[in-house]
Design a protein around this ligand. Structure first.
Ligand code: NAD
Length: 479
């Protein structure tokens, strides 16, 4: 385990105070980490600035840079078990998620972007100007600040880091203060892979460290994943300074269940969409629109299945649902459940913190509300916990307007046997990603990001290459 910051190829305890990171399954402190001071941030940005134009990095041939990323993927894969266990210990997610999804997805992202390095092309265009040759080049931006949330710390970092490095940028990473440990361990892997000093730097700490980084005049781009409230602040700062910015923000994904859907398959799929990582997923399905004639049957089946999931520590391989990340998050979830009750929603299962053996950790029982109204806060605001709401509908024509009646637009799920209905709805819903008859899957090749207040720009795919480069036009006189 690494508990120091990584700046200019050196591990440092920093020059300020420390903060603890906790094991959400027990509440115990795992480690104390340095809270970066403005001068630590300045050192990290300066190191990244120098590394950006140093021959060891800027002078690498594309094939050489690709090899570094392939090597990073291999080394991460070799240590997958260690990373998965550390992620589970710090974040709480069951091993099935950390070992089966988070770490392999990070490995594949490195490989996918390693593959792009040798294929980042510009265009030539036939201009209507006599005697010129014209082409474009995609160039890196400079020092990129990568600020990450606590729900999938390693995986979300690599969504940013792999394309940032593939395109020749240098970075300063600030992991969420609740879950910094796998980010620091990844810096060790990158060093071993041969990434030169200064190319990747990690500063630890809370929101103030993030703010200092965002405002730093030598930071060219901010790539942020986190809450919509903080995303707005970052966008405002970036706007004033005219920095590039990508934002992956909150969500309140609808799951639309047509009258002809196979309810058993839908319950199974929606359990994963709604409760993966204890609902701490930006794309979590949390508003289930069900035909009124089948809403009770669906709600009862969903509540039965959710209520029988095994809560427990993530390191226990029989666990299906782990703790939420922190006491703050636990209290937020409970606050929303009480709001749901006071708004008149009908609590079918859950609704309280787990007790007994689990009382020391941040465990919340999976919770299902029936009879939820469109205007209730539990149907409109992001809870980010294991709380699911069933909303009956009478007329399929209501579906798209109600699904879109939210400030968010990250993801949506559609369950329908009639493929025409499913695809019409997929076109009508304002969401960056729509899954039809399936739980949420991700792939490095599929663009990811939100519409409306769920974000700006896209990650993954070619879109991330665009997000970490800018286009230069080069004109040459032929006369
Ligand atoms: P958060 O916004 O509180 O914090 C995210 C990161 O930003 C942390 O590293 C934090 O220290 C830092 N930060 C906080 N205030 C800052 C400021 N003013 N300036 C700069 N940095 C600041 O979010 P969180 O609670 O860690 O994560 C949960 C949120 O992330 C949810 O809203 C979730 O939907 C969203 N999320 C979105 C996606 C996506 O792909 N769209 C993925 C995962 C999580």
């Amino acid at each position: 385990m690494r508990t120091e910051m990584y700046i200019n190829g050196k591990w440092t305890g920093g020059s300020g105070t420390t903060f603890p990171t906790h094991n959400p399954a027990t509440g115990a402190v795992i480690a104390e980490l340095p809270e970066a001071t403005p001068s630590d941030v300045d050192n990290a940005v300066a190191a990244a600035g120098e590394a950006f134009s140093a021959p060891e990095w800027a002078g690498l041939l594309p094939a050489q840079r690709a090899r570094l990323l392939f090597k990073a993927a291999d080394l991460l894969e070799q240590r997958a078990d260690e990373f998965a266990r550390l992620e589970t210990t710090d974040q709480g997610q069951p091993l099935a998620i950390s070992a089966g999804f988070s770490v392999p997805n990070a490995v594949e992202h490195f490989r996918y972007y390693a593959g792009w390095v040798t294929k980042i092309t510009g265009v030539t265009a036939p201009l209507s100007v006599p005697g010129v040759d014209y082409r474009t080049r995609r160039e890196p931006l400079g020092v990129c600040a990568l600020i990450t949330p606590w729900n999938f710390p390693l995986m979300i970092l690599v969504w940013k880091l792999a394309p940032a490095l593939a395109t020749g940028n240098t970075v300063v990473v600030k992991p969420a203060e609740q879950t910094p440990l796998t980010t620091l361990l990844l810096a060790e892997v990158l060093e071993e892979a041969g990434i030169p000093a200064g190319v990747v730097n990690v500063v630890t700490g809370g929101p103030e460290v993030g703010k200092t980084l965002v405002r730093h005049p030598k930071v060219a781009k901010i790539s942020f994943t986190g809450s919509t409230a903080v995303g707005r602040e970052i966008a405002a700062e970036a706007g004033r300074a005219l920095k590039k910015v990508s934002l992956e923000l909150g969500g309140k994904a609808p799951s639309i269940i047509a009258a002809d859907a196979d309810l058993d398959a839908v319950v199974e799929g929606n359990l994963m969409s709604g409760l993966l990582n204890s609902g701490q997923v930006c794309a979590a399905a949390t508003r289930f629109y069900v035909d009124r004639t089948r809403a009770d049957e669906f709600a009862e089946k969903l509540a039965g299945a959710a209520g029988s999931m095994k809560l427990g520590p993530g390191l226990d391989e029989t666990t299906q649902l782990g703790p939420v990340v922190s006491l703050d998050q636990l209290e937020q979830v409970d606050r929303y459940v009480r709001i749901g009750e006071s708004e008149g929603a009908h609590l079918l299962t859950g609704g309280s913190r787990a007790d007994g053996e689990l009382a020391g950790g941040y465990f919340y029982r999976p919770t299902v509300f029936a009879g939820v109204g469109q205007d209730m806060r539990i149907a409109r605001e992001e809870i980010f916990g294991p709380v699911l709401s069933v909303l009956p509908y009478d007329d399929p024509e209501e579906l798209a307007p109600r699904a879109n009646d939210t400030e968010y637009g990250l993801a949506a799920y559609i369950w329908a046997r009639d493929i025409g209905t499913a695809n019409r709805l997929a076109h009508q819903v304002k969401a960056g990603t729509v899954w039809i008859n399936m739980p949420p899957l991700l792939d490095a090749g599929a663009a990811w990001g939100g519409m409306k207040a769920s974000g700006l720009g896209r990650e993954m795919g070619w879109e991330a290459i665009e997000a970490f480069t800018e286009v230069k036009s080069i004109w040459t006189s032929l006369v």
